[in-house]
Design a protein around this ligand. Structure first.
Ligand code: NAY
Length: 291
């Protein structure tokens, strides 16, 4: 398999919202030992990062690096609309913990101009000895980057690619065509197959925490030229993803991990805790798709 698969790592939280270290370590181990993913994307949306205080973010980066070591590729998402925090986290993960790749979400909420966005990225990588992957997720941030915007960001040699969590396949094709040497990691799990056909380098997603085997089989079928098999797997995957989305995305992935014996814990407030009905549905999803 030449294309890489990364799980967007979940964080296990206790009922009171503090980090469940044992559970978080178990999620890391499950991804390495059972899912055999190529890497982990730490501190992204799936990690519930944007609801966390700086010290908590640091602790999670530390736990994950300690547990994973150099077994898999680690990408630390350090982006924040507090640029000082983003720089502090970048410095911490690279210099104190030894992460080699960082990522940063596009700065959101204030409708920043493109020159401000470029300044943000150049500042984050300026003082650290690491490469950066832009995290573009317009559906959640409201920030869309154009092809020319990417070209300007990519002028910085330390900005090596993009985690592209977007359904704009025209832009994806244009990016692939114009930047053959930049890394494009696709972040919308339910559309993996069309993204593979456009030449992405790999994928990062939340559902790979529980569905990595199907994703890897799909990538292998694609790479072997067996498109019908790859499409059949995507159909099956999307039945699973529809069921997960219908029951609450992160809560359900955590419940599915619990069915697999992993202490995945709770989501962080204000996300709600799973109801008994959600637990029953998750067990049904597990029995139908993952057992
Ligand atoms: C992350 O944690 O930053 C991501 O990987 C984002 C990608 C995920 N998007 C969100 C909003 O969670 O994996 C996807 C997504 O959960 C999946 O495609 C189901 O819609």
């Amino acid at each position: 398999m030449t294309k890489k698969l990364y799980s967007a790592l979940l964080t296990s939280f206790n009922a009171d919202g503090t980090v469940n270290e044992k559970g978080t370590r178990e999620i890391v181990r499950h991804n390495i030992d059972v899912n055999h993913v190529d890497g982990l994307y730490v501190g992204g949306s799936t990690g519930e990062n944007f609801m966390l205080q700086t010290a908590t973010k640091k602790r999670i980066f530390e736990i994950v690096k300690d547990e994973a070591g150099d077994d898999v590729d680690l990408i630390a998402q350090v982006g924040s609309i507090d640029l000082q925090e983003a720089k502090e986290l970048a410095n911490y993960v690279v210099n104190d913990l030894g992460y080699k790749t960082i990522s940063a979400v596009t700065p959101f909420y204030y409708n920043f101009s493109f020159p401000e966005i470029k300044y943000y990225y150049d500042e984050i990588v300026k003082d650290v000895n690491a490469n950066l992957i832009v995290y573009s997720i317009p559906a959640l941030t409201g920030v869309s980057l154009s092809l020319d915007n990417f070209a300007k960001l990519f002028e910085n040699p330390k900005i090596i690619g993009v985690k592209y969590t977007n359904a704009d396949f025209f832009l994806l094709e244009r990016l692939r065509n114009r930047f053959p040497d930049k890394k494009i990691l696709f972040g919308t799990d339910e559309m993996l197959l069309p993204a593979l056909s456009l030449g992405v380098d790999g994928a990062i997603g939340s559902t790979y925490n529980v569905n990595a085997a199907r994703a890897k089989a799909e990538i292998e079928a694609f790479e072997a030229g067996n498109m019908q098999k790859a499409l059949d797997i995507q159909h099956e995957t999307n039945d699973l993803i529809s069921a997960i989305l219908g029951n609450g995305l992160y809560q359900t992935i955590k419940l599915l991990l619990q069915d697999m014996g992993v202490e995945a814990g709770y989501t962080k407030e204000p996300m709600h805790k799973p109801t008994p009905e959600m637990k029953t549905t998750a067990s049904e999803i597990y029995a139908k798709f993952l057992k």
